[in-house]
Design a protein around this ligand. Structure first.
Ligand code: FAD
Length: 269
């Protein structure tokens, strides 16, 4: 059993099922699941973890597929504690990594800043959005990043400019491995307030075409140049294909949904 200092015990769960922390509702146990109280607690915890123990981060688990065998080592969760978002300048917003993207969208609309509507379409945290360069409705995370604050395995904090990261479609390469996001400063422009209804309309449109509310991780496959993954999956007549509890969504073929219902026969046309 992984030995962890007694002082962290109240914030640790051993063998925590990751199915409780992923939007697919699947995944075996994390050996240690740690929710830090604050930055100092997180730094002290990281310093106490032996160098050969793997450490990984989870946001809202909306883009995570965890194997049934679970996760060896330590999983750090920031949602619920690192969730402050504030306006720090007329055009700047500082968000902690655990804040839900939807809250950033709501706050920006309230402050008359944008374009931040796209954050309303991402059911994850700012930390996850930074790690994935998440985007929706034509907008994405990194064009708004001014700088990030990170923490490394030794519990040391760093401040990095956006330009230090290599960013592409839903992919972000950090300048060094094993450094995780604590917070980010984002830049937006002044916007008229009618954007509130625009967000509602975007979400409604999405609900009409995607299985929102079902257990999924959103779109699974990247669109190839000039085509759509969903169109190709549908053309291959895989819509509705079910293996175990996982099924290609009838509503949107690029979604794999988990159906916690009695199995129907799997079909392949
Ligand atoms: C219904 C649905 C719709 C979706 N629609 C979209 C969409 O339109 N656009 C889109 O881009 N995505 C979409 N997604 C996918 C997902 O919401 C995004 O990828 C999101 O950014 C993941 O954030 P998270 O907090 O849930 O991260 P998690 O899923 O918990 O983690 C994702 C990755 O980020 C890493 N990570 C998390 N926090 C940190 C941190 N603080 N520091 C370093 N690394 C960290 C994790 O280790 C992991 O590698 C959708 C998902 C669902 C379920």
């Amino acid at each position: 059993m992984l030995a962890i200092a007694q002082e962290f015990a109240p914030r640790i769960r051993r063998n925590e099922p990751m199915s409780r922390h992923t939007s697919w509702h699947v995944g075996g146990p994390a050996e240690i699941y740690f929710t830090p109280r604050d930055r100092a607690d997180l730094a002290a915890f990281l310093q106490s973890v032996p160098a050969d123990v793997p450490v990984c981060w989870v946001g809202l688990g909306s883009n995570l597929l965890v194997r049934d065998g679970g996760i060896a080592g330590v999983v750090v969760s920031m949602h619920g504690t690192f969730d402050r978002v504030e306006r720090t300048a007329p055009d700047k917003v500082h968000g902690e990594a655990g804040v839900a993207c939807a809250r950033i969208a709501r706050q920006c609309i309230k402050w008359g800043l944008g374009p931040a509507e796209f954050f309303a379409g991402i059911p994850g945290t700012l930390g996850g959005a930074l790690a994935m360069n998440a985007g929706a409705f034509g907008g994405e995370t990194w064009p708004h990043v001014v700088e990030v604050e990170t923490i490394d395995r030794g519990g040391r904090e760093h401040r990095r400019a956006a330009g230090e990261y290599r960013v592409s479609y839903r992919h972000v390469e950090p300048p060094v491995p094993e450094e995780w996001f604590l917070a980010a400063t984002l830049r937006f422009e002044a916007r008229p307030p009618e954007h509130r209804s625009e967000v509602a309309a975007l979400l409604e449109r999405r609900k009409a075409t995607q299985p929102i509310g079902e257990w999924s991780c959103g779109s699974v496959f990247t669109n190839p140049p000039g085509d759509h993954a969903a169109r190709l999956i549908e053309a291959a007549r895989l819509k509705g294909l079910r293996i175990g509890d996982a099924s290609v969504s009838i509503k949107h073929a690029n979604f794999i949904i988990i159906m916690a219902l009695p199995a129907r026969p799997t079909w392949r046309a």
